[in-house]
Design a binder for this molecule. Structure first.
Ligand code: ADP
Length: 408
């Protein structure tokens, strides 16, 4: 009794301080999780992930890659065909969704139209037969955090899309779930509201301080929200890492092309050359002597010369230097930056240039020469599409190529 009183007191002061602390520890461990639908489609292959307590994980990838299926298996809305799911060390494969201590927020909000905002938020607690004064306290506490107190008496139809989404989040929050699952929660909103809600989720996350698993097809959402991102394609996890891992060290062409805006430039018909023990990337006849860490990594892996696709991010191109050249076909002035499309021997090369640094003509039809720093060139095997340097989780997570002792 004494302990209970103390807990309530602590909760209360945390709530007053604006921190709605989920008292739960909430680690999720997913081992070789797999989904085979009845029609024998394998939607998810061997999904492995350890989500730390209070971590924000984003699942991202193109439509149909298996991200919703993965989330729904964690939620208990789909059976798990193989592998194991642990929430807080407890095997959950055969535990019903309602008993998993998770809460899910959907794209279409799924609010009850005939109930007020208050009743929508209170519904799950009523089902659990929570005393009404406790329900009231909880609903008001959460409404305060989400800034929807003034709408508690309204019906969902009298709310804007963003407000409805907040109610849907609030309805999940009142339950103090161990894990918060969100399936494309912002994709019904227009671009401006989406940006606003994204910022709100970042703030909210700090306040509710629990574990999140969030599905989106939008790389910007993934980059801005995730502590770590899981990027999937055709049912396979391609890479798991921090946003910076995925941006700087994509393990293959798919990840490199999916993450980053504008999309990374890929130069076809390139070669990795080896002369007198020194590696070069040959891009359209231009030789780039690779940096020390690239040399060491390639050497350590015994890399043989081969055909490659070279990747260069639009932000990593410098103009007015170097021997690659082309003609400006599109010039988009955005104020602080200008985005160019340059026709370089038939390839469309996109460059993002800072206007403060720009002292040359970049209007349509202008001839420009350009280059990049060799260390920023990504080298992909033409056959497999794999990155020759950052090719597995171990090399990326260690923040160094396969061999451990690299200095950057
Ligand atoms: P995403 O969320 O990445 O768009 P999904 O997880 O919804 O992808 O779907 C992954 C794959 O599983 C797709 O090929 C999809 O067609 C298939 N799929 C999804 N739901 C079902 C189902 N109920 N029955 C059969 N196949 C399904």
């Amino acid at each position: 009794m004494h302990l209970l009183f103390y807990r309530v007191l602590v909760r209360h002061s945390l709530a007053e301080a604006g921190v709605l602390e989920s008292g739960n520890m909430s680690e999720v461990l997913i081992k070789d999780m797999k989904k085979v639908y009845d029609n024998s489609v394998t939607a998810v292959h061997d999904f492995n992930l350890h989500i730390a307590d209070k971590e924000f994980i984003v699942l991202v990838g193109p439509s149909g890659c298996g991200k919703s299926t993965s989330l729904r298996m964690v939620a208990g809305l789909e059976d798990i065909s193989g592998g194991e799911l642990y929430i807080d060390g407890k095997l959950c494969n055969d535990i019903a969704a309602k008993d998993r201590d998770i809460a899910m927020v959907f794209q279409n909000y799924a609010l009850y139209p005939h109930m007020s905002v208050y009743d929508n938020m209170a519904f799950a607690l009523k089902l659990k037969k929570t005393p009404s004064d406790e329900i009231d306290k909880k609903v008001r506490e959460v409404a305060e955090i989400l800034d929807i107190t003034q709408y508690l008496d309204r019906k969902p139809k009298a709310l804007s899309g963003g407000q409805r989404q907040r109610v849907a989040i609030g309805r999940a929050m009142v339950r103090d779930p161990k894990v918060f699952l969100m399936d494309e929660p912002l994709s019904n909103l227009d671009a401006k509201l989406r940006n606003q809600m994204r910022a709100e989720i970042i703030k909210l996350r700090k306040r509710i301080n629990t574990t999140f698993m969030y599905v989106t097809h939008d790389q910007t959402e993934a980059m801005t929200l995730g502590d770590r991102i899981v990027i999937m394609k055709d049912g396979y996890v391609n890479q798991i890492g921090t946003p910076q891992d995925l941006f700087d060290r994509p393990v293959n062409l798919f990840v490199a092309g999916f993450i980053g805006m504008p999309v990374m430039n890929f130069f076809e018909g390139c070669k990795l050359e080896l002369k007198d023990g020194v590696y070069y990337a040959n891009i359209k006849g231009e030789e780039f002597k690779l940096s020390d860490f690239q040399q060491k990594a390639l050497k350590a892996n015994g890399q043989q010369p081969c055909d490659i696709v070279a990747g260069i991010r639009p932000q990593h191109i410098r103009i007015g230097e170097g021997n690659l050249s082309g003609e400006v076909e599109v010039s988009e002035m955005l104020g602080s930056e200008v985005d160019l499309h340059v026709n370089c021997g038939g390839d469309d090369v996109v460059m993002v240039l800072q206007t403060v640094d720009l002292d040359q003509d970049v209007s349509i039809g202008a001839k420009v020469n350009f280059t990049t720093q060799p260390r920023l060139i990504q080298l992909f095997d033409k056959e497999t599409g794999n990155n020759l340097i950052w090719y597995d989780a171990e090399s990326v997570a260690a923040n160094s190529p396969k061999c451990k002792d690299y200095d950057f």
